[in-house]
Design a protein around this ligand. Structure first.
Ligand SMILES: *[C@@H]1O[C@H](CO)[C@@H](O)[C@H](O)[C@H]1NC(C)=O
Ligand SMILES: *[C@@H]1O[C@H](CO)[C@@H](O)[C@H](O)[C@H]1NC(C)=O
Ligand SMILES: *[C@@H]1O[C@H](CO)[C@@H](O)[C@H](O)[C@H]1NC(C)=O
Ligand SMILES: *[C@@H]1O[C@H](CO)[C@@H](O)[C@H](O)[C@H]1NC(C)=O
Ligand SMILES: *[C@@H]1O[C@H](CO)[C@@H](O)[C@H](O)[C@H]1NC(C)=O
Length: 343
């Protein structure tokens, strides 16, 4: 984003109700000079708004998407956490200090404001992000610990699906914070920015070497609560923030036929690699038959993984579920690795 993406309002608006007593040109020039210096402040504010709003969809993926995104916006998501997802809200938390250095002098603040996030096709508002007041001098500390309320869950679900299936999508952010720099009139900012982003092909991610590993697998014989195996898998979180997702279920298929399902009862993607428990039910005889008779390489079988649902505290989380359901991928599993427990 360049500083021109955020317009400040006209001279008279910039000086608020005191427009009658027009500022001396020198003041306005000083103001503009400061704007040049301080554009990064609204860049930060803008980064916060946008990142936090699209985060629930970024979880689906995804190195390419996330890093491109972050590079574009120069906003560090380290330490960012998304927790307690509910059907129409989730919690976001981050504390981040930025030091600009470079001999900046002066100080000021950006007032607290509500940013409105909309879909670009229907112009429907789907989230309001309350951005706290941001003070700055030669740096700034941004701290938020807040619920993000969703006003149109369907809109976010639609975007989540686009993000997970490699389509392009866009959102529109609007906000009207005031920027106050010491000794200068208050500027009323008018942020109105459409952001286009590329989705990410989740199928490719799942197939990538090392995106997840099965680190232990145990057959349950007799089955426990309907599950005939449990395992631990380690999942690489391709994003630099943590996301609590809850209870995620995938259906499994073999050559298009139903093979069973897996439950990840408590999936929380940590900042790098997360171990999580998996319980599942598979048709063992189908697997063994495929390993012995299939046309795969040795005992390698191709298992279809199809996202089914995501629940938290027993409630469906529609925007996560929509993205999960967009996941349909094949995983190559070498049964020989697990032969001792299967056969
Ligand atoms: C943001 O919206 C909430 C709810 O409508 C309101 O209570 C709050 O005062 C608003 N904050 C700002 C800074 O306008
Ligand atoms: C995603 O990648 C897979 C494998 O490379 C490909 O078969 C599929 O068509 C891609 N999906 C989209 C939506 O481009
Ligand atoms: C999976 O195992 C490979 C090889 O040992 C390793 O390079 C990769 O980092 C592992 N991935 C995860 C998510 O643990
Ligand atoms: C799988 O279940 C067995 C028996 O209930 C238990 O002892 C083991 O710890 C479980 N393994 C994992 C990875 O949860
Ligand atoms: C997953 O399995 C359930 C139960 O068999 C079924 O109702 C659902 O349609 C399946 N979903 C997908 C995406 O295959």
């Amino acid at each position: 984003m360049s500083k021109s993406d955020i317009e400040h309002s006209s001279d008279s608006e910039a000086n608020g109700v005191t427009a009658a007593t027009a500022p001396k040109p020198t003041l306005w020039q000083r103001f503009k000079a400061h704007m040049k210096k301080w554009w990064w402040v609204y860049l930060i504010a803008f980064g916060v708004i946008v990142l936090v709003t699209v985060l629930p969809i970024i979880y689906v993926g995804i190195p390419h998407f996330a890093s491109k995104y972050i590079n574009n916006y120069e906003y560090d998501t380290e330490g960012l956490e998304i927790t307690n997802p509910r059907p129409t809200a989730f919690h976001v938390k981050q504390k981040k200090s930025l030091s600009m250095g470079g001999g900046f002098s002066g100080s000021g603040y950006l007032t607290a404001f509500n940013a409105s996030i909309r879909t670009t096709d229907t112009n429907e508002e789907f989230a309001i992000f309350p951005v706290p007041k941001i003070d700055f001098s030669d740096g700034a500390t941004i701290e938020f610990d807040t619920d993000l309320d969703l006003t149109c869950v369907e809109c976010l679900s639609k975007i989540a699906v686009q993000a997970a299936t490699d389509e392009n999508f866009a959102i529109l952010a609007t906000a009207h914070p005031d920027l106050k720099l010491s000794g200068l009139p208050t500027a009323h900012l008018d942020i109105h920015k459409t952001m286009s982003m590329d989705g990410y092909n989740v199928t490719e991610f799942v197939n990538e070497q090392g995106s997840f590993n099965v680190t232990s697998l145990k057959l349950l014989d007799p089955p426990v609560d309907g599950y005939n195996f449990n395992a631990t898998i380690s999942v690489r979180n391709p994003t630099p923030f943590s996301v609590e997702m809850g209870h995620v279920t995938f259906n499994l298929t073999l050559r298009g036929d139903k093979l069973g399902y897996v439950d990840l009862p408590n999936l929380k993607l940590g900042s790098d690699i997360t171990d999580t428990l998996v319980r599942g039910q598979v048709d063992k005889s189908k697997l063994v038959e495929e390993a012995l008779l299939g046309d795969g390489d040795g005992a390698t079988v191709t298992i279809g993984i199809h996202g089914h649902s995501c629940e938290y505290n027993g409630q469906d989380i529609p925007y996560f579920s929509a993205a999960i359901r967009a996941v349909s991928a094949d995983a190559q599993i070498d049964l020989l690795k697990y032969a001792s427990s299967l056969l």
